[in-house]
Design a protein around this ligand. Structure first.
Ligand code: PMP
Length: 397
């Protein structure tokens, strides 16, 4: 007999979500995640992955993953601090530190638990965290978990950051104060104003934490947003994921040796959750090697981003002010945005709608994530399809 209370709770809440159109049906992909995907047997041009460089199904990475699986096994067998650290994990961390130009790095099983673990390892109830209001959910949860006072800062508003940093310092209430921001914001493609952030951080002695999930592999010739601005010595935490441009899975923090030593004894997912699989670690190493030795994929990503943006703009769509290949097509009203995305899928283009509460009400958008793996022919089909649906739904004239 299962719990009656639980069943009632689940049934009521699931029904409420369904009644309000908020229940997310999951699309299952048959086969790899590339520039084309198959859903329900139908081939679709994929504009919704974070697979920026096309590495998720790259043969070079697959070979390394298979070799490492043969050498080390399919699983690490334990958490990092018992005996789940294999030489491939040490190799990956050394590779990340080299790529990020830092003294050291620590790898986690995902970007999400990296943020949860790293923030709460350093910050506590005697501290304050200034956090951009559009930061990712894993940052929000990591901040909450830490017990620190969380102070929301208006999105990319440097005056607000300065005022709140000043107020926090002058209150004398906090031992440490951190400012945490995404490096690239994934909904609009805007880039954190790191030079100004560093200036404010120096003035008020703030700890700086940049979540570069969407900047790594994309900004700074691949090395990320911090490198883009040449601020490697000025940012305390360079956090990133191994799941987006790197194409595999995992997260990391790159920073000073002391910071990494501390995270390895205090970040709870490192201590209490089994290590990355050896195959994943090896594939990540190969991705970083490719990014370090060639800018081919990187250039194609940016070229494809420019091409798509120019095409959509020419058609009369509002594409916002993205500074990266991320290309939102802002439709506005929520239902119309969802209808637009559904029609695109019916016509062979998979581009997800993003609406309130993920973005402010009335700014619903279909978000396009061009990648190095897309061909010009595919992007032309995408543009033709946008033109057709845009006219059909009166979004463009
Ligand atoms: N930070 C940001 C900014 C992200 O966009 C994401 C992924 N959506 C994460 C962290 C979590 O990364 P992962 O998917 O590797 O857990």
């Amino acid at each position: 007999m299962t719990s009656q209370k639980l069943n009632t709770f689940l049934e009521n809440n699931l029904q409420e979500l369904k009644d309000n159109g908020l229940y997310n049906e999951i699309d299952t992909i048959q086969g790899p995640n590339g520039s084309e995907i198959t859903i329900n047997g139908k081939k679709l041009i994929n504009m919704s992955s974070n697979n920026y460089l096309g590495f998720a199904n790259d043969d070079r990475l697959k070979v390394k993953a298979n070799e490492a699986t043969d050498t080390y096994g399919v699983g690490a067998g334990a958490v990092r601090t018992i005996n789940g650290t294999q030489s491939i994990h040490d190799e990956l961390e050394a590779k990340i530190a080299e790529f990020k130009h830092t003294e050291a790095a620590v790898a986690f099983q995902s970007g999400f638990n990296c943020n949860m673990g790293a923030i709460s390892a350093v910050m506590n109830k005697n501290d304050a965290i200034l956090s951009d209001e559009l930061n990712h959910a894993s940052i929000i949860d990591g901040c909450r978990l830490s017990g620190a006072k969380v102070i929301r800062v208006k999105h990319q508003d440097m005056d607000d950051l300065r005022a709140k940093a000043k107020e926090a310092v002058e209150s004398g209430q906090y031992e440490k104060i951190m400012y945490i921001t995404d490096g690239v914001f994934s909904m609009d493609g805007d880039v954190a104003k790191l030079p100004e952030i560093v200036e404010i951080a120096e003035e008020f002695d703030l700890i700086t934490y940049v979540d570069d999930a969407h900047g790594s592999g994309v900004m700074g010739k691949g090395a990320g947003t911090v490198k883009h601005f040449g601020l490697q010595d000025k940012i305390d935490f360079q956090m990133g994921t191994l799941s987006k441009a790197v194409g595999v899975v995992g997260g990391y923090v790159a920073g000073t040796q002391n910071l990494i030593d501390w995270l390895k004894v205090r970040a709870r997912p490192f201590l209490f959750s089994t290590s990355l699989t050896p195959g994943a670690a090896a594939a990540c190493i190969e991705a970083i090697d490719i990014m370090s030795s060639s800018t081919e994929e990187h250039e194609r990503l940016w070229e494809n981003g420019r091409y798509l943006k120019a095409g959509l703009k020419d058609l009369g769509f509002n594409i916002g002010d993205s500074e990266t290949p991320i290309t939102p097509c802002i439709i506005g009203e929520e239902k119309l945005t969802q209808r637009f995305s559904k029609r695109l899928t019916e016509e062979g283009v998979y581009a997800k709608s993003i609406v309130f509460p993920t973005v402010p009400r009335g700014t619903g958008r279909v978000r396009n994530m061009p990648s190095a793996a897309h061909t010009k022919d595919q992007l032309d089909i995408v543009l033709e399809t946008y033109k057709k649906i845009g006219k059909e739904l009166d979004v463009i004239s």
